[in-house]
Write a protein of this length. Structure first.
Length: 441
C-alpha cells in the first residue's frame, strides 16, 4: 500500500456507529454549551482522546465547518461559530420574526424613490404598464448586525404618503393594518442561492462573492389584490430558514405514474427564463439535427438563450404560456402576439416541447392555448413560420387548421427553408381545463 492510498483511506468518512460518529456527537454537544469564538480541543487532543486518525478528525471538522457550526484559522486552531438566526417561512414581517426570536430588530433606510414600474414589477402587482411604484431599499438589522438587504416595491398611487413612516423605521406590515386597514392573506415566495456583489457586500458587511439567500415574495391581501413585491438578500452565514411541511391528503397525491400526471398551463414569467432555455436548447440539439445545419445547433449557448428569453418575457409585445409538470419541471412553451408585419393578425412565434416529453399531446395543448388567447384578444387570422423539413410540426399545425399561404423565406441565422402558414376563424377545439387555467391565472 502506498502512502497516497493510506491518506485516502484515512480521509474517508467513518462508518456509522464508529469512532468518527462518537467524535462528531461529542463535538456537536460541546459546541452547544460554548460561546461563539471559544476554542475547541486541538486535532492532536481529539486523535488521542478518541483513538482515531488525523484524517478522521479533519473529516469530522470539515463537516462541522461546512455546516457553519465552527470555523478554523491556520496556525491558531478551531473555534465555535456564531449561531445562525433561524426564521420560519411564515407571512410575518422582519420586525415580527426577530422579536419572536428574542432579537432586537431595526432597519437602515438606503433609498426611497418613485419610479416607472419595470415590466416584471408591474405584472406582479397587476399595475398598468405606465404605472409608478415606490421603491424602498433598506438594510435589515438584528441586534445591530446587518443580515439582509431588502428592496420593496409598492403601488405609488395606492400607498402615496407611506414613505415618511418607513423612513422612521416603522414596520410596513403594522402600517398596512393601522393606516390602510389592509389585512394580508397569503404570499408566493421563492428562494434561491446567489452571491454578494461589491455593493451588497459593503451594505451587508460581508466579503464579495459570499453566499446569500435571495427571497422573492409577492403578497396579496384578503381581496386578492397584490400589495407588495419584495426581494431580500440574506447573509448565508448568519441566516437559515425553517419550514414545517405536511404531506397532502392521500387523494391528491395518489397518481399511479407521476410521469403521466397532467401538467398545468400557466403564463410564463421572467423567473422561468432559464427553464424555458433548457427546453429550447435541448429540443434543438436532439430533434433539429436533420432540419437545420449542425453548426447552428452546436453554437447554441444555454446562458445566452436564457438571457434572450428573459428579455422577451420582460417585454409586453408578446405573451408566453408554459406547461408545468407536477414536479415543477417545465415541459414546453408557446410564445405568441401580434404579427410584426401585419398587427391585424395574431402570430405564433415559437412552440417547443422538451425532447423528453414528446408524443403526449403537449404540443397540441400549447398550440390550442395560444390560439385561444389570440382569439380572445380579437385576432381571427393567426399566422406562423415553420421549417419546411419539420414534417412533425407541419402536421400538427395542419391538423389544427393552419394551411400554407405561399410565403417562403430563408433566414441567415438558420440557413434553412421556412414556409408560412395561417389559420382563419375562432373555432379551435380546446382541451378540458386549459383555457380556464390561463384565464384564472
Amino acid at each position: 500500500m502506498t502512502s497516497t492510498e493510506t491518506e485516502q483511506l484515512e480521509g474517508t468518512p467513518a462508518a456509522p456507529g464508529g469512532k468518527g460518529k462518537r467524535l462528531r456527537d461529542f463535538l456537536t454537544e460541546t459546541i452547544r454549551g460554548m460561546q461563539p469564538g471559544s476554542a475547541l480541543p486541538t486535532e492532536r487532543d481529539l486523535c488521542e482522546r478518541f483513538g482515531v486518525s488525523r484524517g478522521t478528525v479533519r473529516h469530522v471538522l470539515q463537516q462541522l465547518e461546512n455546516e457553519q457550526r465552527i470555523y478554523r484559522r491556520q496556525g491558531r486552531g478551531t473555534f465555535v461559530a456564531t449561531a445562525k438566526i433561524e426564521q420560519r417561512l411564515d407571512l410575518t414581517s422582519h420586525t415580527e420574526s426577530m422579536l419572536a426570536s428574542g432579537i432586537q430588530p431595526s432597519s437602515k433606510l438606503i433609498e426611497v424613490s418613485r419610479i416607472d414600474a419595470p415590466a416584471e414589477i408591474a405584472a406582479a402587482l397587476a399595475l398598468p404598464a405606465a404605472a409608478e411604484v415606490l421603491r424602498v431599499e433598506r438594510v435589515r438589522l438584528a441586534d445591530g448586525e446587518p443580515i439582509a438587504l431588502e428592496v420593496l416595491h409598492l403601488s405609488a398611487e395606492r400607498f402615496d404618503g407611506i414613505s415618511g413612516a418607513l423612513q422612521h423605521g416603522e414596520s410596513f406590515y403594522a402600517l398596512l393594518h393601522s393606516q390602510y386597514g389592509i389585512e394580508l392573506a397569503h404570499a408566493d415566495e421563492t428562494i434561491e442561492a446567489v452571491i454578494a456583489d461589491e455593493r451588497g457586500a459593503v451594505l451587508l458587511d460581508c466579503s464579495p462573492g459570499s453566499a446569500l439567500l435571495q427571497l422573492s415574495r409577492l403578497t396579496v391581501d384578503q381581496r386578492g389584490t397584490p400589495v407588495e413585491y419584495v426581494r431580500s438578500l440574506y447573509r448565508g452565514d448568519r441566516f437559515r430558514l425553517r419550514q414545517t411541511v405536511q404531506r397532502p391528503q392521500a387523494a391528491s397525491v395518489a397518481v399511479p405514474n407521476r410521469d403521466h400526471a397532467e401538467p398545468r398551463l400557466r403564463p410564463a414569467t421572467v423567473a422561468d427564463a432559464a427553464a424555458l432555455a433548457e427546453v429550447f436548447v435541448t429540443t434543438w440539439r436532439r430533434n433539429y439535427r436533420s432540419v437545420v445545419p449542425d453548426d447552428v445547433i452546436d453554437a447554441l449557448d444555454l446562458d445566452a438563450t436564457a438571457q434572450w428569453l428573459e428579455g422577451l418575457l420582460a417585454a409586453a409585445a408578446q405573451s408566453t404560456l408554459l406547461l408545468e409538470a407536477a414536479d415543477g419541471k417545465i415541459v414546453g412553451f408557446v410564445r405568441f402576439g401580434a404579427e410584426a408585419n401585419d398587427p391585424n393578425n395574431g402570430h405564433i412565434y415559437a412552440l417547443y416541447v422538451h425532447a423528453d416529453h414528446g408524443g403526449r399531446g403537449f404540443g397540441r395543448r400549447l398550440l390550442r392555448g395560444g390560439i385561444a388567447e389570440l382569439n380572445r384578444s380579437g385576432y381571427e387570422t393567426i399566422t406562423l413560420w415553420v421549417f419546411k423539413d419539420n414534417a412533425a410540426a407541419r402536421g400538427l399545425y395542419a391538423s389544427e387548421g393552419f394551411v400554407s399561404d405561399g410565403g417562403a423565406r430563408v433566414e441567415a441565422q438558420f440557413r434553412t427553408d421556412e414556409i408560412s402558414m395561417r389559420r382563419e376563424g375562432t373555432d379551435a377545439p380546446l382541451p378540458v381545463g386549459s383555457v380556464g387555467e390561463v384565464v384564472g391565472a
